[in-house]
Structure formats: structure tokens, C-alpha cells
Design a protein around this ligand. Structure first.
Ligand SMILES: NC(=O)c1ccc[n+]([C@@H]2O[C@H](COP(=O)([O-])OP(=O)(O)OC[C@H]3O[C@@H](n4cnc5c(N)ncnc54)[C@H](OP(=O)(O)O)[C@@H]3O)[C@@H](O)[C@H]2O)c1
Length: 227
């Protein structure tokens, strides 16, 4: 698949871009400054060689235009304006919103809940012609970026467009060891975004790198329709 990553110079976008390229996707790593996008790709090539052959650097506009699926990997307080700035290019595409609205208060994180209920819904309102799916909120950037180690996590995808949600479930399930779960409509992104504050507080207080693992349920099987 051709995939664009907007904000691929940060740890989350960079790690995800590398991981997606490593499983065979063509990925454009974008930045507000195309030179930074290219430098990020040069750094990843230096580290991972031919494992990230499918990577290309560029601007966020290049990333938004690149593929049928675009990941919005910028901080929550820039996500809505960034999506709006690329609304035309994103129209009709699957847009993965991975932002968590969070603030740190002492030794814990608290969720920031926008009027619309979640950052993901706010992005969808800003780009009504895109098909926004919330996903990857609980996966640490370090796990994406370490290609020598398989990822160990469950990822919940929430979105209103059935085909878009299914495309994201397929994308997740094709990454070795990641399990993909259909979390229903985009309104439920509130739950996954807010839970990230709890998860990060746990990691801070217990000095760990915990991620999400669901028991008693199997993840999405590639090629199979979600129930
Ligand atoms: N870090 C994690 O472990 C993790 C895990 C799951 C989800 N997430 C989510 O993934 C997103 C990215 O996380 P991150 O830690 O990689 O973030 P980050 O490093 O703070 O930002 C990523 C990139 O976004 C661009 N950016 C920064 N501020 C911006 C703004 N106001 N408007 C537009 N672009 C801006 C910058 O790229 P340029 O300056 O090059 O444009 C930056 O390198 C966040 O929404 C976060 O909640 C993170």
C-alpha cells in the first residue's frame, strides 16, 4: 500500500513509517519542512538499510497526497489545524488519527477532552470528506521504531466508515505480532484516547513500558470481514 505519514519526524511517526516500510509498504515521511522529512528518511536508511527501502522523505503535503491511507502523527494540539490544511488532499482517503490529548500533572497524565468528545472526532469534523479512523494510541513509539524486535501489542481501531475501519484493521494485522480489534464507531475514540492517560500514568508510576493486551478475544483475521 502507498501510505503518507504527516509529522514523521517525531518518535511516533518516524517509528511507524519505518515499521510500515519494513513490512513492504511505500511510505512518504512528511514534515512541515521537507528537508526534515528527507533527513528523517536518511537517518532511518542509515540505521535499517534495505529494510526501509520503501521510504521517501518530503513535505506534509507530499505525505497527504502520497497514498490511499494517511497517518496523522502530529501532537494533539496541532492535529486539527494540520488536517484542515491538507483537507483537499485527504478527501476520500483513510486518515489514521493517533493523537492522544494529554497533559502531564505531576506524576500522572490527564486526558484533554475537546468539545467534540475526542481529538479524532474533532479531526473528522475538520475534514468531513476524509474517512478518519482512530488507532495506535496505546503503542509506544519505541516499539514501532525498533525493527529488530517484533511488536507486542493490541491495537483498537474506531471509525465511522466500515471500509476505512476494515482497511486499518488489515494494516495493523499485517504487522507481525500486532493484533487488531474493531472498536466500533469514531465516537468510541474518546475511550481509547482517554485511556492513554491512564496507561501513561501507570507506566510512569510503575516505571514500565506497558501497552494494551486484551484477554479472552481473538483479533482481526486478515482477509476476514469483521462481525
Ligand atoms: N510518542 C508515542 O509513544 C506515541 C504513542 C502513540 C500515539 N502517539 C501520538 O502520536 C502523535 C505524535 O507523537 P510524537 O511523540 O511523535 O509527537 P512529536 O514528536 O511532539 O511531534 C511529531 C511531529 O509533529 C510535528 N509538529 C509538532 N508540533 C506541531 C504542530 N503544532 N502542528 C503541526 N505539526 C507539528 C513536528 O514535525 P515537523 O516539525 O518536522 O513538521 C514533530 O516532529 C501524537 O499525537 C501522540 O499523542 C504518540
Amino acid at each position: 500500500m502507498k501510505i503518507g505519514v504527516i509529522g514523521a519526524t517525531g518518535p511516533a511517526g518516524k517509528g511507524l513509517a519505518a515499521r510500515l516500510a519494513s513490512v513492504g509498504h511505500e511510505v512518504v515521511a512528511g514534515s512541515r519542512d521537507p528537508a526534515r522529512g528527507e533527513a528523517t528518511v536518511a537517518e532511518l536508511r542509515e540505521r535499517w538499510g534495505s529494510r526501509v527501502d520503501g521510504l521517501k522523505g518530503g513535505s506534509n503535503a507530499d505525505a497527504a497526497a502520497a497514498g490511499e491511507l494517511v497517518v496523522l502523527a502530529v501532537p494533539w494540539d496541532g492535529a486539527v489545524d494540520t488536517a484542515r490544511a491538507h483537507a483537499e488532499a485527504l478527501a476520500g482517503k483513510v486518515v489514521i488519527a493517533m493523537a492522544n490529548g494529554l497533559i502531564k500533572e505531576g506524576r500522572e497524565f490527564h486526558p484533554v477532552i475537546p468539545d467534540e468528545g475526542s481529538v479524532s472526532v474533532t479531526v473528522q469534523v475538520a475534514v468531513p470528506d476524509a474517512r478518519v479512523v482512530a488507532a495506535f494510541q496505546h503503542v509506544p513509539a519505541s516499539a514501532f521504531g525498533d525493527l529488530d524486535h517484533p511488536m507486542e501489542s493490541d491495537v483498537i481501531a474506531c471509525g465511522d466508515d466500515d471500509d476505512a475501519r476494515r482497511a486499518v484493521l488489515e494494516l495493523i494485522a499485517a504487522i507481525p505480532n500486532l493484533r487488531a480489534f474493531d472498536g466500533g464507531s469514531l465516537v468510541n475514540a474518546l475511550g481509547i484516547e482517554a485511556f492513554a492517560a491512564v496507561l501513561l500514568s501507570i507506566n510512569l508510576r510503575h516505571r514500565g513500558k506497558g501497552t494494551l493486551r486484551l484477554l479472552g478475544v481473538e483479533g482481526h483475521t486478515p482477509g476476514k470481514e469483521p462481525a
